[in-house]
Design a protein around this ligand. Structure first.
Ligand code: NAD
Length: 306
């Protein structure tokens, strides 16, 4: 299992984020065992030196530390708690790190089941997107015990640059939802401004140039603005995943007794994007909903909405 210096890592969920993260662990010298329900990314990592296991339980049995990077709460419950799930092989000394973005309530429940076996578990969702996953510069917000965090820290250092222990189990997911509320509301604000300015007769590129030099400057406009200007929305971060985060944020707000009117409004616009059949585009495609409502386009390029 563990090499002399580096623990054996299991990795489940080799999508847009998981695949480059797993690759970075392999390149850092960790023996790696991978699993996904889709064959293509598994084959790619095996070609680069990873081993493969047929079920989450088999991955868990063969590794010291399991990392999961799955779409949402149901997949995390399935991988950890389902038939042939990872917790069937959980044991004292074993560590699980779920880096998916899921509901804090589910993160706390799965962690309680893991720790009941004597194992440790952290929730450690990330920010920084596919470029951050490839470069190993993600921001990682970690919930769980201090001891588990200290143990995970060197491994997380391979994947990210800003790594903060934010509280007990579930706290990482709470902070991630705060992050997703900010990003969603800023995308909506940027989209709204570009549609307004364009329909009122100003070139959108000029609007961006000026906004980025003043108080309105934002990383969202820097990173996603080019999509809106070009009318191209390859993900990136799929709008359906952001819709999932907003729904988890609304659930958290209900539990915590908080009103989140801006997040609730953007959830409805993201819902409209999904109904229109564009939920698998990048979340910056939210601008296409505002374009339709205004009867105007930011971009006259060939791609257009969709
Ligand atoms: P993705 O859909 O590209 O990848 C998910 C992977 O999980 C896929 O390869 C899928 O086949 C696999 N999977 C699904 N169910 C499975 C199961 N039961 N067993 C094994 N494998 C299974 O998603 P992504 O963009 O990589 O995002 C993963 C998580 O990270 C999500 O929670 C997302 O919200 C979060 N996130 C994404 C980004 C981004 O920019 N893409 C940024 C930060 C956080």
């Amino acid at each position: 299992m563990a090499s002399a210096t580096r623990p054996t890592v299991g990795f489940i969920g080799l999508g847009i984020m998981g695949r480059p993260m797993a690759r970075n662990l392999l390149r850092a010298g960790h023996p790696l065992i991978v699993h996904d329900v889709v064959a293509g990314p598994v084959a790619d990592l095996v070609a680069e030196g990873a081993a493969v296991a047929a079920s989450p339980r088999d991955v868990a049995a063969a590794c010291d530390v399991l990392i999961t990077m799955l779409p949402d709460s149901p997949q995390v419950e399935d991988v950890y708690l389902g038939d042939g799930g990872a917790l069937e092989a959980a044991r004292p000394g074993w560590l699980a790190i779920d880096m998916s973005s899921i509901a804090p309530r589910v993160a706390r429940a799965v962690a309680a089941r893991a720790t009941a076996t004597g194992a440790d578990m952290l929730d450690a969702p990330v920010s920084g997107g596919e470029p951050g996953a490839i470069a190993g510069t993600l921001s990682i917000m970690v919930g769980g015990s201090e001891a588990a965090f200290d143990r995970a820290r060197p491994l997380l250092g391979v994947l990210g640059r800003t790594i903060v222990h934010v509280g007990p189990a579930g706290a990482g997911q709470v902070v991630k939802l705060c992050n997703q509320v900010v990003v969603a509301v800023v995308i909506e604000a940027v989209a709204e401004a570009l549609v307004l300015g364009t329909k009122a007769g100003v070139e959108p590129e000029r609007i961006v140039d000026v906004l980025q030099g003043g108080l309105a400057a934002t990383k969202v406009l820097e990173v996603r603005g080019p999509n809106m200007l070009a009318g191209r929305y390859e993900p990136g971060f799929r709008a359906n995943l952001h819709l999932k985060d907003l729904r988890n944020a609304l659930e958290l707000a209900r539990e915590a007794g908080v009103v989140v009117p801006a997040a609730a409004g953007v959830e409805q616009l993201m819902q409209r994007l999904r109904i229109a059949g564009r939920g698998d585009l990048d979340h910056s495609a939210l601008v296409t909903v505002l374009e339709e409502l205004a009867g105007a386009r930011v971009c006259d390029g060939p791609a257009g909405p969709g």
